[in-house]
Design a protein around this ligand. Sequence first.
Ligand code: NAD
Length: 272
Amino acid sequence: MDRLFDVSGKVAAITGGGGILCSEMARALAKRGAKVAVLDLSEEQAKAVADEITSQGGTAIAIKTDVLDRKSLENARGIVLENFGKVDILINGAGGNKAEATTSDTFEFFDIPPEAIQWVFNLNLLGTVLATQVFGEQMAKQGEGVIINISSMASIRPLTRTIGYSAAKAAINNFTQWMAVHFNMNYSKNIRVNAIAPGFFLTNQNRFLLTDKDTGEMTPRGKQIIDHTPMGRYGDPEDLIGTLIYLVSDASEFVTGIVVPVDGGFSSYSGV
Ligand code: NAD
């Protein structure tokens, strides 16, 4: 068992690693002996996560990276290789939604500006594709590697209001399967691509939908989510770690092209 789930000595590059969910992944991998590169648009957030890890005896570096800029990704890859010599794991975590691409009682579908939908598609889908091109190229050279895309419950069944986000995450699932096949058929049988579809975790990207910004109380939508989650609670970032370690370690060495929901049963519940 220890060998199956061992990640010690592995090198992980994590985009969006300064954010809530992926910083937890960075900490979890470092705690188990992996060397972690925290890639984030926010240098400050990336540094805070890397500093926390190193202060606790782990190995981590922070690299300011924009997943929408190939040059920035190539620069990050160079720094990772300079420091750690290889890349075993890529986690495509940079992603999110914005209010302008989300309908509400006062903002109709008909009024959503195309730039807002484009913004959400770029960040979630294009950012994942570009980072996979840049780090995947290195994995193809090495002949091995593991890629984890961070999808969402919204990819399996679209959520009301979040039009661009649901569609972009559905595209990530499709890309996960496409890339899994492409790597095996063209570069190596030892490169795997899978996705995790988190259910509802209270974080910066959805706080404006799930809690009232003035009172902090749960919104009707927040209540609806909890009512539709058989386990009756929001996820805690730590809930993702078991699935993550399974997917990045040898425990899943014959598993590629899948999307694992971590959602307290949300996607199984019809509401009746
Ligand atoms: P978060 O906002 O805390 O983290 C996202 C991080 O991505 C931030 O640190 C941000 O600085 C970074 N980022 C934004 N644009 C970037 C860019 N162009 N290049 C590099 N980094 C960039 O959000 P989170 O909730 O931790 O989300 C992490 C992932 O999980 C996202 O893909 C999100 O869509 C997905 N997700 C979240 C939930 C949830 O309930 N929070 C549910 C399902 C899926």
